[in-house]
Design a protein. Sequence first.
Length: 146
Amino acid sequence: MSARTMWTVAGAAVVAATTLAGLRAVEPQTPRGPVYVAYYWRAKPGQAAAYEDYIKKVAEPIDANARRAGAFEEMHTVTPSPETKTDWTHLRLFRLRDEQAAKALGAALDAATARVVPDEAKRKSNSEYAATLRDFVRQEVWTELR
């Protein structure tokens, strides 16, 4: 094979590899399905009932507004049974349509909070009150096995 033929073959291989790489980059990704965002909270000692009241009166109206705005599909607050030992007292679990919605959840909840409680001083007061009732434990993001 001549040197010119080798360069032509090598050049064609580079063009083909570049073209194939480009095609792979634009292939649509398969949707992975629902994503779950779990927020674990621990009520401060003696504050479980007050925290549950806060959830019902303050957090749930905000959650309902965010859900209506399309921020998430479904939400549940659960507590462990007395026999179950955990480092948390309340798990707030959001089901979202996909990873993109999960990444936007915090901002969507903030926007819903501003819609439901337009007074900034009241929002700050609610946040400060919540801090007297609970401690944040952790956040986890899960995907559904398919």
